[in-house]
Design a protein around this ligand. Structure first.
Ligand SMILES: Cc1cc2nc3c(=O)[nH]c(=O)nc-3n(C[C@H](O)[C@H](O)[C@H](O)COP(=O)(O)OP(=O)(O)OC[C@H]3O[C@@H](n4cnc5c(N)ncnc54)[C@H](O)[C@@H]3O)c2cc1C
Length: 226
């Protein structure tokens, strides 16, 4: 699994001039959130010393649940090498946008290794996975060729043959959301009750968001497995 940042919100001069603190190195995304908060109360002069710094200001915003200020910053990620099972879970999050590799146009390339299977030392595990992938791929190829020979278009043959592919078929996608959306997704998928594969993805996303907007996600912590 690989997560690569594709784009994120940049603060304009208007934001920087109004809220950037000369002694702090706050990120664009954190400053945009502060700007959105300060417009509500026209508190540009930062009257409260306790919330003068961006980190304290956003800590207070998060504590109060004033989360709409986090809807003005976005981040888009390339997510590579995740299972179709994870895809089904990820796309349940209605505040995110997705563009996914199509099995109607693209042939299957590989399979993914679920974290629980990856940590098994028994060599039979890998053998079982390889065998089941090879069988599925062979069946896919056979169906695809059969349908092409029967006169179906490539797209039609691929979409039908793909029905025999397993849930661990690897896929790539682009996912984007505003920071409120990302936070909500992380609150559900970082939980220890979440599927370990999507939890791993959530951990990677959190690491990226911490770089982009540390103060906007300062309250999110990783839970340890007992
Ligand atoms: C551990 C775990 C196990 C799960 N198991 C299953 C399962 O067995 N079967 C299954 O089908 N799903 C399962 N899910 C998926 C889950 O039900 C949600 O679909 C998924 O987590 C997306 O979150 P969400 O629906 O809260 O909202 P999102 O779409 O991410 O939206 C975020 C928030 O916006 C609000 N919102 C969005 N749309 C609406 C709406 N139409 N009306 C009112 N408020 C809205 C809600 O407050 C929501 O929490 C599981 C999720 C987790 C984390």
């Amino acid at each position: 699994m690989r997560v690569t940042l594709l784009s994120s919100s940049r603060a304009s001069n208007e934001v920087l001039v109004r809220v950037a603190h000369p002694d702090e190195r706050d990120t664009d995304a954190d400053l945009i959130a502060e700007y959105a908060g300060r417009i509500c109360y026209q508190s540009w002069h930062k009257p409260n010393p306790a919330t003068r710094r961006n980190t304290d200001y956003l800590a207070n915003i998060l504590e109060q649940g004033h989360h709409s200020v986090l809807e003005h910053t976005h981040a888009a990620f390339l997510i590579e090498g995740v299972s179709r099972h994870l895809l089904g879970e990820l796309t349940r999050h209605r505040h995110a946008g997705f563009s996914v590799e199509s099995l109607r146009y693209c042939p299957p390339r590989d399979y993914t290794l679920h974290p629980t299977l990856a940590e098994q030392e028994n060599p039979m595990i890998r053998r079982v996975l390889q065998e089941s992938w090879r069988t599925a791929s062979d069946h896919y190829d056979w169906l695809y060729k059969y349908l092409i020979a029967s006169g179906y278009k490539i797209k039609e043959a691929r979409e039908a043959a793909a029905q025999v592919l397993p849930l661990n078929t690897s896929t790539d996608l682009v996912a984007s959301a505003n920071f409120r959306g990302w936070r909500d997704l992380l609150s559900k998928r970082l939980d220890l009750t979440a599927n370990r594969e999507i939890r791993r993805l959530a951990e990677r996303l959190l690491a990226e968001l911490r770089t982009l907007a540390p103060n906007s996600v300062q309250d999110i912590t990783l839970k340890e497995q007992a």
